[in-house]
Design a protein around this ligand. Structure first.
Ligand code: UDP
Length: 252
């Protein structure tokens, strides 16, 4: 794998997208504080280096709205309701992550797209930026606040409006492959891709709406394996980890 710099410009502010499944052991559900603490330690290490960190929290370890589609035998829960339930699941995860990070000595703010005054601040872009500038880890829960999309879309949206340098998508594999490496031994690993290549090859890096937003606004995405606890620090130190997707390949 290449060890060239991950991006030409120095990384100052990142948006980390954490899926809910990283909060529990493989093939289980719910919140395991061992898993949460493991991720929290990586976030704290990066924040202590002076990197501004915004985290968009997923909720799939608890609930995804799509599982309640009428075609899935959902009964009487409307699909939109189920998506709101999914957004609330991200707040449960956000609260767990907040305590785990703060227990390790790092100041945080939890902000939600759905107002929940008793547990979190409302998401206000300028306020979120101010928290980041002050070195607080900003945990963004509640997705976009609107149903029928996923937290990938929230990640793209927030990365753009908070002017992050890079989206880091934490996954349980090393990056983007031509096929699922857990199922296909011939799957090819891609250290680098352009948005166009990923689209042409129909590689599902993020949900399509989120990916289109990143491509349109030239927001680089790095897909990396969060189970290697040094990866996050490697990325912010300019090492090439996982798969980097951006507008054009470059020599830097
Ligand atoms: N969700 C939503 N709007 C959003 C973000 C999330 O309706 O802006 C719902 C959607 O049902 C989604 C669920 O919340 O499936 C949990 O988020 P996601 O599936 O992205 O979690 P992850 O897969 O990252 O754990």
């Amino acid at each position: 794998m290449s060890t060239s710099a991950s991006c030409c410009k120095r990384i100052k502010r990142i948006l980390l997208k954490i899926s809910g499944e990283s909060f529990c052991p493989p093939d289980s559900r719910g919140v395991s504080m061992d898993s949460v603490n493991h991720l929290a330690a990586q976030i704290v290490e990066v924040a202590k280096l002076g990197i501004e960190v915004a985290v968009v929290m997923g909720g799939g370890n608890i609930l995804r709205g799509a599982q309640f589609k009428a075609s899935n035998g959902a009964g009487s829960i409307q699909e939109a309701t189920a998506h709101y339930m999914g957004m609330l699941a991200t707040v449960i995860n956000g609260l767990a992550l907040q305590d785990a990070i703060e227990a390790q000595g790092q100041v945080t703010r939890l902000m939600t797209a759905i107002q929940m005054d008793a547990v979190a601040e409302p998401y206000i872009r300028r306020r979120a930026r101010r928290h980041l500038e002050k070195g607080r880890v900003v945990i963004l829960a509640g997705g976009t606040g609107s149903p029928f999309v996923t937290t990938d879309t929230a990640a793209a949206q927030r990365a753009l409006e908070l002017e992050c340098d890079l989206i880091l998508k934490a996954t349980k594999v090393d990056g983007v492959y031509s096929a699922d490496p857990n199922k296909d031994p011939n799957a090819v690993f891609y250290p680098e891709l352009t948005f166009e290549e990923a689209l042409r090859q129909n590689l599902r890096v993020m949900d399509s709406e989120a990916f289109a937003k990143c491509a349109e606004h030239d927001m680089p995405i790095m897909v990396f394996n969060f189970r290697d606890e040094k990866n996050l620090v490697r990325v912010v130190n300019g090492e090439h980890v996982g798969t980097l997707i951006r507008k054009e390949r470059s020599d830097c």
